[in-house]
Design a protein around this ligand. Structure first.
Ligand code: FDP
Length: 333
């Protein structure tokens, strides 16, 4: 008979003996938020029947957009616990300082509460992404510097995928582990221990409609992925347009996802601190690599909490190949 491991048991058993449980409990808080947000997203289609976003619901309260709801759930569950010194959310321009009335902890939580907004209204998989840092200076009550750290300094990172099942995938630096929510018992159960990127990879994922906006190196890369070169890999294309869903599929099947810089968007579209950084941490822990086309994402120090970055992420050899194409094309200029 196979054994059943809940996320609580798994996290607790991996807690170092000297730990005070602060990180363990913070991961529990996120798992609980995932269950609540997952429950709400599963009912998203009913909004059309029960009333539109912005309309009044039956209690007379104004209905919220799901991404705002997800942001507030994370805030409600994490702000007062005494485990954090600072939070940064995609949904809020300013960093979230912990109010004086609550205890202050030694961790920083950065998150994109509900990523893939264009897919929310069409019942396609969406996700939450999170990263956890140590505060740089624990004697302070939390300052912006505590969040502006490179992803290499992450203590933990993960995502929640709201798809056919709700899954939570995370790493604290010793492997990437996936849990699937059993909706009957409301428990995340270990379903994908120690995820490693498969080789050979199966997929490349990109919005190829933007081909003409890319640099010559990135265009050459897509040509290569599409099989136009004698040494092209044997890949198939898959693109959902929800970062978490595209990342998750490629983590399980192998491949590369990319969202390059464009002429009018020189820094790309995705956010460094709470999208690219945490996923880069996960991919490296699964044996892969993430780059902005020139440097490892893990080494980029954010200057702004909402800074954007070009992202190439997946199997190492596929990502190193785009760096080589970009270098070669730039040398011709
Ligand atoms: P969205 O704009 O729908 O919120 O992070 C933003 C994101 O989605 C990612 O989830 C996704 O990978 C990407 O943008 C999709 O962008 P395109 O629509 O330009 O392909």
């Amino acid at each position: 008979m196979s054994t059943v491991t809940t996320i609580e048991k798994f996290i607790l058993e991996r807690q170092p003996v000297y730990a005070r449980g602060e990180l363990t409990n913070l991961l529990y808080d996120i798992a609980l938020a995932a269950k609540i947000i997952g429950h709400k997203t599963n009912r998203a289609g009913l909004i059309d029947i029960l009333g539109d976003v912005g309309a009044l619901n039956i209690q007379g309260e104004s209905q919220q957009k799901l991404d705002v709801y997800a942001h507030e759930i994370l805030l409600q569950l994490c702000e007062h616990t005494g485990r954090l010194c600072l939070m940064v959310s995609e949904e809020q321009e300013d960093p979230i300082y912990i109010p004086e009335r609550y205890g202050k902890g030694s961790y920083v939580l950065v998150f994109d509460p509900l990523d893939g907004s264009s897919n929310i209204d069409v019942n396609v998989s969406i996700g939450t992404i999170f990263g956890i840092y140590h505060c740089v200076d624990t004697s302070n009550r939390g300052r912006i510097e505590d969040a502006l750290q490179p992803a290499r300094s992450l203590v933990a990172a993960g995502y929640v995928l709201y798809g056919a099942s709700t899954m939570l995938v995370y790493s604290t630096g010793d492997g990437v582990h996936g849990f699937t929510l059993n909706p009957e018992y409301g428990e995340f159960l270990l379903s994908h221990p120690n995820l490693r990127l498969p080789n050979p990879p199966a997929y490349y994922s990109v919005n190829a409609a933007y081909y003409k906006r890319w640099s010559p190196g990135v265009r050459r890369y897509l040509d290569w992925l599409e099989g136009k070169d004698p040494d092209s890999p044997n890949l198939s294309a898959r693109y959902i347009g929800s970062l978490v869903a595209d990342f998750h599929r490629n983590l399980l099947r192998g491949g590369v996802f990319f969202y390059p810089a464009e002429q009018k968007k020189p820094d790309g579209k995705l956010r460094l601190l709470y999208e690219a950084g945490p996923l880069a941490f996960l991919i490296e822990n699964a044996g892969g690599y993430a780059s902005d086309g020139r440097h490892p994402i893990l080494d980029i120090v954010p200057a702004d909490p909402h800074q954007r970055v070009a992202l190439f992420i997946g199997n190492r050899d596929l990502v190193e190949r785009v760096e080589a194409f970009i270098r070669q094309e730039e040398m011709k200029m």
